[in-house]
Design a protein around this ligand. Structure first.
Ligand code: CA
Length: 232
């Protein structure tokens, strides 16, 4: 999978023609090969026929919405997804993350920020390979096999999205230590943006729901720590 701007293919899904074209033009100007779709069914068809490396996906779409598009394309093969949401609504964002979105931008957004997030998500594919080289982590009732990208909590396998997995590996790299939200965003998403802290919060929330809420400690105003050998 190409991860450099040159050669990486991006699918832009947005039903508002002016926004779709503006995003497309900007990404093409940044060196990406861009294909477009304007509704839910069209997005899935375009995804299947063009096999993009990343998808920029609006939530509100005709046919079926971006969440359903995300669910369908992620079932085919994992792909980085940047979701575009109309509201800075945590429930909406959590639904998006639950179906496999990796990051989100709230409208209206700056084109420069969109290009930065896209670049960071593509670089994250490389970073995920680096993280996989870390050795297995065994924290009592939580076991992380970084190479196989598998996780067990209390002996039961837990299915995480690629982003949730990378976040857990990052936290597990230094059990008990507090990692700031900014550091986590830079480490996992590969781009040091303060605007990504809510993305971190949302993913931590989703991760807690899967591995047990008490395994990740919140340090208010600072960040998060994985409890070493926590017993749920
Ligand atoms: Ca829309």
């Amino acid at each position: 999978m190409p991860v450099n701007a040159s050669g990486a293919r991006i699918l832009v899904v947005e039903d508002e023609p002016v926004i779709n074209q503006a995003v497309t033009d900007r990404l093409r100007g940044s060196g990406y090969d861009v294909v477009q779709a304007w509704d839910g069914p069209g997005a899935v068809t375009q995804y299947e026929s063009t096999a993009p490396d990343l998808v920029v996906l609006d939530v509100m779409l005709p046919g079926f919405d971006g969440h359903e598009v995300c669910r369908r394309i992620q079932a085919a093969r994992p792909v980085p997804v940047l979701m575009l949401t109309a509201r800075d609504d945590e429930a909406d964002i959590l639904v998006g993350l639950g179906v496999g979105a990796d990051d989100y931008l709230t409208k209206p957004f700056r084109m420069r920020e969109l290009v930065a997030r896209v670049g960071a998500l593509l670089r994250r594919v490389e970073r995920a390979a680096e993280l996989a080289n870390r050795s297995d982590t065994d924290l009592g009732d939580l076991r992380v096999d970084a190479a196989a990208r598998r996780v067990w909590a209390d002996g039961n396998e837990v299915h995480l999205t690629p982003t949730e997995f990378d976040l857990l590996v990052c936290l597990a790299g230094s059990p008990g230590a507090v990692l700031t939200r900014e550091n986590l965003y830079a480490e996992v998403w590969g781009w040091p943006g303060a605007s990504g802290t809510r993305t971190v919060d949302s993913h931590v929330k989703a991760l807690r729901a899967k591995i047990g809420a008490d395994r990740i400690r919140t340090v208010h105003g600072i960040g998060y720590a994985l409890e070493p050998g926590g017993t749920a």
